[in-house]
Write a protein of this length. Structure first.
Length: 414
């Protein structure tokens, strides 16, 4: 299947337009990383606590910020994560022995102004929406509503069923009423006992990500090394398989893709997590694959068209692989776009990096790597004084030379 038959687009003639596009987005990303949002590292790298909180009704972010300020959490970052959900991020602490402290502080701050928590009828009761399974099991065993002598296995199973129902994807830690438990199959006697010792605060911390400062620094270092090692490995492979200039051009294109992707995350103020790093490594490989396809066609055409200039051969090679590029990149893009639109909040960062990376990676194979190859050849030609001569020039007597003069350094290996 082909989208284009014998396309004849002058890609290298548009190199200055491509250069301007790359400069605009690269510089904007760099400025954002240096002066605006910085590199928005997720909790995986900066350390700290990320608490995802579900509310029974749309929350007031300003009220939440005031609640956190009252307990001393003045540097907390609050982001809306949905109509009734927020993400609260706390900076790392040097104390790695109590990593749950941040979560407990958030719950304490929100409970202080919760109408249910302030109700005199609930004085001395615990918040069922934010109570752990073992605490619930111990309470039921002490009250023994089933009259079985406080059997820990029976009440442990009941507590497990309660927490599982409360924390499922439909509730996200928030129960509308105690009657929901009875409707779910929890014994009515257990539900009545829970009413005596618990209340519902109408908010629940349904997911918490906690990383200590030491682990965060280690992950940051390993993420940077992973990207650098991947680029160096690809440079060595292309140096061996083609020529050094091919590897250098491909690595520059991949670095360009990485820079624009990270810059886009900075401009959008989207956190970079471990899953985003995985996506960046994926797009580095994807971009390299696209670039190798173009380079391989250039190598084949160098053998077949020895009398043509390199820029003509490069244009022809890009046009010959254009249909293949659109098919593979287009289908992959549709897949990751669906993942971005329907994959949920957990995969948002990963899928966004892939959406940006596939677009930029496909673009850079044509607009960055290939022009760099030709620019190097032109530079070598000016340096040696040969200029941009045809690929094969004739010696006196009409016999063509066996090796093209203007392809020194970009010869085709068999």
């Amino acid at each position: 299947m082909e989208f284009f038959r014998n396309p004849n687009i002058d890609w290298l003639g548009k190199k200055w337009h491509f250069l301007g596009f790359s400069l605009i987005f690269s510089v904007a990303g760099i400025l954002s990383m240096l002066f605006w949002h910085g590199i928005p590292l997720g909790v995986d790298f900066r350390g700290g606590t990320d608490a995802y909180i579900k509310f029974a009704s749309p929350p007031d972010v300003d009220k939440i910020r005031n609640d956190l300020n009252r307990v001393g959490l003045r540097d907390a970052r609050i982001q809306a994560a949905g109509a009734t959900e927020v993400l609260i991020s706390l900076a790392q602490t040097s104390n790695e022995t109590d990593l749950t402290k941040g979560k407990n502080q958030i719950i304490d701050a929100l409970e202080r102004t919760s109408s249910a928590a302030q109700d005199p009828a609930n004085k001395g009761k615990r918040d069922l929406d934010n109570t752990g399974m073992q605490t619930i099991a111990d309470y039921l065993a002490s009250k023994d509503p089933l009259g079985n002598g406080g059997d820990p296995k029976v009440y442990g199973a009941a507590a497990r069923a309660i927490v599982s129902f409360r924390d499922d994807k439909d509730h996200h830690g928030v129960l509308a009423s105690f009657d929901e438990l009875a409707q779910h199959g929890i014994d009515r006697r257990v539900v009545e006992s829970l009413k005596q010792g618990f209340f519902l605060s109408n908010f629940g911390v349904y997911r918490v990500e906690i990383v200590g400062p030491t682990v965060g620094n280690q992950l940051k270092k390993q993420a940077v090394l992973a990207i650098l090692y991947s680029l160096i490995g690809m440079l060595v492979y292309l140096w061996f398989r083609f020529e050094l200039i091919y590897g250098a051009a491909a690595v520059v294109a991949c670095f360009h893709d990485t820079l624009i992707t990270v810059g886009a995350f900075s401009l959008l103020n989207k956190e970079i997590s471990l899953t985003v790093i995985a996506a960046i490594l994926t797009l580095v490989g994807y971009s390299m694959n696209d670039t190798i396809v173009v380079f391989d066609r250039i190598r084949e055409n160098l053998k077949l068209n020895r009398r043509e200039r390199l820029d003509v051969i490069v244009n022809k090679s890009i046009n010959q692989t254009l249909s293949r590029t659109i098919l593979t990149s287009g289908l992959t893009f549709l897949t990751v776009l669906s993942l971005f639109l329907f994959g949920g909040d957990v995969l948002k960062g990963f899928s966004l990096a892939l959406v940006i990376g596939i677009l930029i990676g496909t673009y850079s194979s044509i607009a960055v790597a290939a022009p760099m190859l030709v620019a190097y050849q032109d530079w070598r030609g000016r340096r040696t004084g040969t200029g941009p001569v045809p690929v094969a020039v004739s010696k006196p007597g009409g016999k063509p030379q066996s090796k093209p003069q203007n392809l020194k350094g970009v010869k085709a290996r068999g």
